[in-house]
Design a protein. Structure first.
Length: 239
């Protein structure tokens, strides 16, 4: 229930003492009604300085709001003009890569065994196969140095996969390349990104060090939840 405000006497406070008509007013600033506040700002140096400060603040605020609107407009325009693959690389891929890192939380780089600044690195590179670049079975925690400066460390990455998860799973990862092209539209990927962000938030609240099998099973679950790939390319089941 809304609380009813009671009118109070117009009587200035602090630097405004001595000003005020004494009439009851619902709207008061520093104890003054609008008319008396206007008189104070026009008849005293303190009032003029306060008014100039307020105007400067409002102008700065308006500029910020206009800049924000401009950025939002440019961002929307840029988004509308963006190709589907550009949207994938700019907006969707980083979220999928982050999911991979969260699944592998607490583990070292898959290729080097080192800790440090981590990425989500592809075993089969994006350039080699766009189709499976969003598949969690193709993305694992990898150090920034290994992923970027060493061009993905393919041989070490391969050895890391085999040593960590076994040859059967490694063979399954290689089979992912058989998936037919996805042909996802930008609108499809927007929906996928929203779902991926929700999964990210859930994983961020459950940061635990998982076993190799738990890492595989969680990749199965997330792939299925995102619904990007055909079922046999979503889920690895050990024979």
């Amino acid at each position: 229930m809304a609380i009813q405000q009671k009118p109070k006497s117009c009587k200035g406070t602090d630097k405004r003492k001595g000003f005020g008509c004494g009439n009851l007013s619902l709207i008061r600033t520093y104890g003054l009604c609008p008319k008396c506040l206007y008189d104070w700002t026009n008849s005293t140096e303190d009032g003029k300085l306060w008014y100039e400060t307020q105007m400067a603040f409002k102008k700065k605020k308006n500029v910020k709001e206009e800049n924000k609107k401009s950025r939002n407009f440019k961002s929307k325009f840029k988004l509308n003009d963006m190709t589907a693959d550009k949207y994938r690389s700019t907006y969707l891929q980083p979220v999928i890569n982050k999911i991979a890192r969260l699944i592998d939380f607490g583990h070292p780089c898959i290729a080097t065994g080192n800790f440090g600044k981590m990425n989500g690195g592809h075993y089969i590179s994006v350039g080699a196969n766009r189709t499976i670049c969003l598949n969690l079975h193709n993305i694992f925690i990898q150090s920034f140095a290994s992923n970027h400066w060493k061009s993905g460390d393919p041989l070490k990455y391969q050895n890391g996969l085999v040593e960590t998860f076994g040859t059967e799973y490694f063979d399954y990862i290689n089979s992912l390349s058989q998936h037919k092209p996805l042909n996802l539209s930008k609108e499809d990927m927007m929906v996928i990104k929203d779902n991926a962000l929700k999964i990210c938030k859930e994983l961020e609240q459950d940061e635990i060090v998982r076993t190799a099998n738990e890492r595989i099973q969680l990749r199965n679950q997330v792939n299925i939840a995102l619904g990007i790939y055909d079922s046999r390319f979503c889920e690895f089941n050990k024979k």
